[in-house]
Design a protein around this ligand. Structure first.
Ligand SMILES: *Cc1c(COP(=O)(O)O)cnc(C)c1O
Length: 393
């Protein structure tokens, strides 16, 4: 156990520590009464510029669900980002911040008919689908719209795979392209998601191979596809080594070009990779306890848990890094849990977390790189604990 923690610490690239410092300095001092996510909007801009530089002429459609804070959306609008939205609420948010309808894709494959009609009336023209019935809804409520078909990909090596729920197989995709055309829609291309937190660019290769097969089969069948949506998957630093964002994006772009050639409308939908490292959660220790005298592990209970923002600790899939004012004191393993009265509210137990022995109730705990999938996963107040507060600096 200790060896692994030492390795994780050694793997931390220096650049991440340096760029986190403004945010970290703020988080160490700001007086806060409840768990709060602090966002450094300049870091979002830095990540956007890096990803865009690596992706070349591909269009970045920010996956809004990763963090829909208005300051994030506003900055991305100012930078010329486009947006991928999953719901009426997300579309309204982006339009409200000044995004143009032409720059918004409605990428959720599961949409209410009324929401399709509303989006179409607002000027949204690009919709995703992976089923016959969905194409029927789009044809009825967004006649003539552009559509792309989401492919189900296998063998994702991501830390947080999105497989199974979305997409259809190759044969179905080809049939849906035909159906879209027959319904008077404009079938423009394909989309997929490699899986969230795909740590290395080379992990994209087998997935791109699968999608390229469908792409070339569709073209051979007479579909003049001009849109490829490569989805998200761009990683954030959680302690395991990742490539720097520009290099990662450039490597993915090269893998795409090698298989698809020039694509008139290439789009990428980073969520986590744009916002995770721009956020830090400020929380505190509520209790340190041992269950018995022989208990090997301390239990450390935080003021934030599975239901108040740390949902991605499910299955211990995403392993956040913690900072305290007592770092440097002798440390040892602990089981880390949230404050609510639900036994599922345990963050890390199979692989305990190393924290200082001197840690006690009231001590501040900072959770690094938590700008993605935290505030949006926070319950409205399970057990009376307030939802994760968010402030932008
Ligand atoms: C969630 C989602 C994304 C963003 O994924 P990340 O791994 O956070 O980059 C992109 N596209 C679609 C369709 C999504 O549902």
């Amino acid at each position: 156990m200790t060896v692994r923690f030492a390795e994780a610490a050694a793997a931390a690239p220096v650049s991440h520590c340096v760029t986190a410092s403004r945010l970290e300095a703020f988080c160490r001092d700001v007086p806060l009464d409840r768990p709060t996510l602090v966002l450094d909007i300049d870091r979002v801009e830095e990540q956007f510029r890096a990803l865009r530089a690596g992706l070349g002429d591909a269009h970045v459609h920010y996956a809004v669900k990763a963090n829909p804070h208005e300051a994030v959306i506003a900055r991305l609008v100012a930078l010329g980002s486009r947006f991928d939205c999953a719901s009426r609420g997300e579309i309204a948010l982006c339009l409200g911040q000044g995004a143009r309808p032409a720059d918004i894709s409605y990428g959720n494959t599961i949409k209410r008919a009324a929401d399709i009609a509303w989006a179409f009336a607002e000027g949204i023209r690009l919709f995703a689908a992976d089923a016959d019935e969905e194409l029927g809804k789009i044809a009825a409520h967004a006649p003539g719209a552009d559509v792309y078909i989401r492919i189900l990909v296998e063998n994702s090596e991501a830390d947080w795979p999105l497989s199974r729920k979305f997409g259809c197989d190759a044969r179905t995709a080809l049939r849906l392209l035909d159906l879209a055309r027959n319904l008077g829609l404009n079938p423009r291309g394909l989309s997929f998601h490699v899986g969230s937190q795909t740590r290395r660019a080379q992990m994209w290769a087998p997935v791109l191979d699968q999608v390229a097969q469908v792409w070339h089969a569709a073209r051979a069948r007479g579909h003049d596809l001009d849109l490829l949506d490569i989805g998200g998957g761009f990683p954030a630093f959680y302690g395991q080594e990742i490539d720097a964002p520009e290099a990662y994006a450039a490597a993915v772009r090269a893998e795409v070009d090698a298989r698809f050639g020039p694509v008139p409308y290439l789009m990428a939908e980073p969520g986590r990779g744009l916002v995770a490292e721009a956020g830090m959660i400020v929380a505190e220790v509520v209790l340190v306890a041992r269950k018995s005298e022989r208990d090997m592990h301390r239990w450390v209970y935080l003021s934030i848990g599975r239901f108040s923002g740390l949902a991605e600790t499910e299955g211990e899939a995403i392993r956040y890094q913690f900072l305290t004012d007592r770092d440097g004191d002798p440390a040892g393993p602990c089981i880390l849990a949230g404050p609510s009265c639900d036994s599922a509210d345990v963050l890390y137990e199979k692989r305990p977390v190393n924290l200082p022995w001197s840690l006690g109730a009231g001590d501040r705990v900072l959770i690094r790189n938590t700008g993605a999938y935290t505030s949006t996963y926070s319950s409205v107040g399970f057990n009376g604990f307030p939802p994760l507060d968010v402030i932008a600096i």
